[in-house]
Design a protein around this ligand. Sequence first.
Ligand code: 5GP
Length: 184
Amino acid sequence: MAFADMTDDIAEVLFDEDAIARRVEELAATITADYAGSEVLLLATLKGAVIFLADLMRALQLPVCVDFVGATSYGGSTESSGSVRLDLDSCGDMSGRHVLIVEDIVDTGRTLTKLVDAIQGQAPASVRTCCLLDKPSRRVTDFRPDYVGFEIADRFVVGYGLDFSQRYRNLPYIAVLKPRAYES
Ligand code: 5GP
C-alpha cells in the first residue's frame, strides 16, 4: 500500500496536528500541577498510546518513569470483541508508585476497568488514567477517565497511534476512514 493510498482513505480529519499539540500541552500542564513534588510512573497501553505517550511525557515537567502494557480487544475489526487481554507480566513493580495510565481512547471502558483493577491489586500509591480520546456514549462500565484530551461521538477513528488492522498509526492527525477502507 502506498502512502498516498492511505491518505486517500481519509473521509474527515477530526483533530489536526496543531489541535492535538495544543491539547497535549494543556493536559501536561494540568498533570504537572496535580503531581507536583512526586515521581510518576507512566504506564502506556500498546500499541495505540505510543505516540500520545511520546508527546505527553516530553511536555511533563515532572520526574517520570515509563512502562508499557499489552492490551487487546479489537483484533482486526472496528468493534470491540468484548473480551480484553492484558499482558502485565513484563511490567515492573508498581507498589508505592503513583501510576498514571496513558491510553489512546476509551470506548466501552472494559480495558481500563480491568487494567485499573489489576494495578490496584499491586498496592500503588495512586492510580489515575489519562486518555487522549473518550467516546462516553459507548460506555458499558461506570469507568471515568481522570484526564481527557477530546470527547468524540461514536465514530471509529485512526491516526496519531490509532490503527485499523495495524495500519494508519503514522498519520499525524486523528481522522475517520472512508467506508471503502474497511471493505478492502
Ligand atoms: P474499550 O475497552 O474501552 O472498549 O476499548 C479500548 C480500546 O479499543 C482502545 O485502546 C483501542 O485500542 C480500541 N478502540 C476503541 N475505539 C477505537 C477507535 O475509534 N479507533 C481505534 N483505532 N481503536 C479504538
